[in-house]
Design a protein around this ligand. Structure first.
Ligand SMILES: [Fe+2]
Length: 274
């Protein structure tokens, strides 16, 4: 089974941030076209938050529309789309507008938008790390207790976790300050105790980054729109960059486990421009 991973679509962002060169809707359309063209077709498409820049309901409507246009169900091989929110999102607007694209677990502790779905023998569990009004995130007792119950239910079964704020320290200081501030050690213990978590897919950092937590790979995909400077100097300021967007593509089978690819959304035509 293939799982495609796009993140941080930031629909509705003010394009003036990079000299008018951002067009997140066009960028998402290109990324979805790339997903549609994949062979074999992915069974799942994960979108790990910051779906909308300012949480406007209209931007979630646009997201749903773009998904419908670019991954039409009648094509027969459209992936199951699973969304989770990030710090730029509005929990209520996303829940109201996205519907089946964000299948909230019936027993998720309100108001959290935690997601559950099973596809192809893999149990997908999406965690809501958002603290409204703050750029950083957390896993507190409501999420952790709920996750512990989900993982107990999935004992002996393979699990894929996805969440916006990555449970790792990237070394990009300004982003680590607004990272997952609480719950990382507890999450590591839960993941290690379960023993069948295949990967933890995340966003937020606008760069391709890999780490490990509780024995499971942590996979951070870049944004479909704009990236952050790769700058590990202490105290370095955050800077946006127009690096080529990428998608994550994760191959999983019960026999082989997981292998993780990152590919550019677009490639150069003709000679490589050295
Ligand atoms: Fe973001």
């Amino acid at each position: 089974m293939l799982i495609a991973h796009l993140t941080d679509t930031h629909l509705g962002i003010d394009s003036g941030a990079l000299g008018g060169r951002l067009d997140p809707a066009a960028a998402l359309r290109r990324a979805l076209a790339r997903v549609r063209a994949l062979e074999p077709a992915p069974a799942v498409l994960l979108l790990t938050g910051d779906l909308a820049e300012a949480g406007r309901a209209a931007d979630y409507t646009l997201l749903a529309e773009l998904l419908k246009q670019e991954l039409p169900a009648h094509a027969g091989q459209a992936p199951r789309v699973l969304c989770i929110i990030g710090n730029h999102d509005h929990r209520g607007h996303a829940r109201q507008t996205l519907g089946a694209l964000m299948p909230i677990a019936p027993e998720a502790p309100p108001p959290l938008a935690c997601v559950r779905a099973e596809v192809g023998g893999l149990q997908f569990i999406g965690l809501d790390t958002v603290l409204p009004g703050h750029p950083h995130g957390a896993l507190d007792a409501p999420q952790l207790d709920w996750l512990a119950r989900q993982l107990r239910d999935c004992a002996g079964q393979p699990v894929a976790l996805f969440m916006h704020h990555p449970p790792l320290t990237s070394g990009i200081e300004a982003m680590d300050r607004c990272g997952l501030r609480r719950g990382r050690a507890e999450l590591a213990r839960l993941v290690a105790a379960h023993g069948g978590v295949q990967f933890i897919a995340c966003g937020h950092l606008h760069r391709p980054i890999a780490g490990v937590l509780g024995g499971a790979p942590v996979l951070v995909a870049p944004s479909t729109s704009h990236q952050l400077e790769l700058d590990l100097r202490p105290g370095a300021p955050l800077a946006l960059r127009l690096e080529p967007p990428m998608l994550g593509l994760y191959r999983w089978t019960a026999q082989d486990g997981v292998s993780c690819h990152f590919g550019h959304v677009q490639t150069f035509e003709g000679p490589y421009p050295i």
